[in-house]
Design a protein around this ligand. Structure first.
Ligand code: SF4
Length: 204
């Protein structure tokens, strides 16, 4: 059983972002989780606290989670990049994104023994499993990968950008509802774990 590499990420110096960060930001949550929520990169508040999704977008996400699943819901939350990029712009550091992904992504996934569903929050995470789709095309897609289902949703930070709005909350909530259903219903799981298809079809 692989352990989540919290300490190794916290002390990682494998790319130049270690020079500008306050803190590296490993994942957090329950290592027994069936659902992984995978975002893009830490922002200012995450960098200051060393925890993912603790800023405005994180609070929105927690709010959506509590609405979709008011009871106890276990998940693990993480980012593709573990140190804050300059100006919060991951496009400026493609080499760091690649290094971080190669070093830590699979180890993180392998450290979640009960993992069934990966919900990608934003294009950076989605493009790992849906490499040829643009942002507006990928939202709402899902596919099976290595015995898990991957679902693409918008990043909660989109809510606060031009063009954002209630649709962002709705898409994330829809993805989380499907993730919950997939974890609870083995029959649905078997039906859905075969191929790439629009999320709209999977929720019928
Ligand atoms: S971004 Fe990733 S690879 Fe780069 S220093 Fe931070 S943890 Fe290491």
């Amino acid at each position: 059983m692989t352990e989540y590499p919290t300490q190794e990420i916290s002390s990682c110096t494998a790319c130049r972002l270690h020079k500008t960060r306050q803190n590296a930001v490993p994942g957090r949550g329950s290592l027994d989780a069936e659902i992984l929520l995978l975002g893009e990169a830490p922002g200012r508040e995450e960098d200051a606290k060393g925890e993912p999704f603790v800023g405005r977008a994180g609070r929105l996400l927690e709010n959506i989670i509590s609405q979709v699943s008011p009871g106890k819901w276990q998940y693990w939350i993480d980012n593709v990049l573990h140190c804050r990029p300059p100006s919060n712009d991951i496009r400026k550091v493609p080499d760091c994104e690649l290094t971080c992904k190669q070093l830590w992504l699979q180890r993180g996934i392998d450290s979640l023994p009960n993992l069934k569903v990966i919900v990608c929050l934003g294009l950076t995470a989605s493009s790992i499993w849906f490499p040829n789709l643009k942002s507006h095309e990928v939202i709402g897609m899902c596919r099976a990968v290595d015995g898990k289902v991957v679902i693409a949703a918008p990043h909660p930070a989109y809510m606060f950008r031009p063009g954002g709005g209630e649709w962002v909350k709705t898409e994330i909530a829809t993805a989380l509802e499907l993730a919950n259903k997939l974890c609870m219903d083995q029959r649905l799981w078997q039906q859905r774990s075969s191929t790439l298809r629009p999320l709209a079809l999977t929720t019928q």
